[in-house]
Design a protein around this ligand. Sequence first.
Ligand code: ZN
Length: 280
Amino acid sequence: MMRDLSRHPELLAINHATVRRRCDLPTLVGLCQRRGIRAIATWRDLLGEGGAPAAARLLRQAGLQVTGHCRAGLFAASGPAERAAILAENRRAIDEAAELGAQSLCVIAGGLPGGSRDLAAAHAEVHDGLGAMLEHARKAGVRLGLEPLHPMYAADRACVNTMRHANDLCDALGDGIGILVDVYHVWWDPHLAPEIARAGAVGRILGFHVCDWLVPTRDFLTDRGMMGDGVIDIPRIRGMVEAAGYGGFVEVEIFSAEDWWKRDPAEVLDTCMRRYASAC
Ligand code: ZN
């Protein structure tokens, strides 16, 4: 039985990326408090001058939970020195997520290293990089949330593009890592239902992100739609994750340079709340 979101406003979470251009963290916290929104996803570059400690204090005082801290991973390395630098950066992201009490640290795979055509090597790099991160994450008590991204990003952003690939990696790596299911990235996949069921059966669905796929899409990174404005059957996918046992937040994450990022953040959040209740 699916949850009736119109009766559960407390399950809404807002990813800071949705209002990133016109809204710093303290402003977002205030807007959420006034609307009864109880959770947000944070970004490393949007924590503000005081960094994670100050952000953690602010969020605690406001009674806001952190769904996910964004983001880490990006394992494409051209050599040992770069690999070490990436791991060090990922450790800092883990420490921030711990400080923020985030439910998970959002991890994306990274694409191909510059000049490479070796996709298999990139896949191996992701496996090994996640393994190295996990040692630190387990000690810090932070769960890694691997987010498969749409295959159009395989070259430059993330070469893990399906739930199946993410499930295989989690199976190989063991405890401490799960999956973030973002409808924008996985809606096209004919094997989505069985792979969501597979993830849910072992309790590894750590988050559920929503926005919409616009037709036409004018920019592959920053032209994501408000829920209900595109072609994704969001309730159907939410039904899959909930049937698989997911009971967490529904997080709105919209990258929209030419539309939503230009609007008044208060209007954006009000629209998110309405569409959350009617279109998700
Ligand atoms: Zn996402």
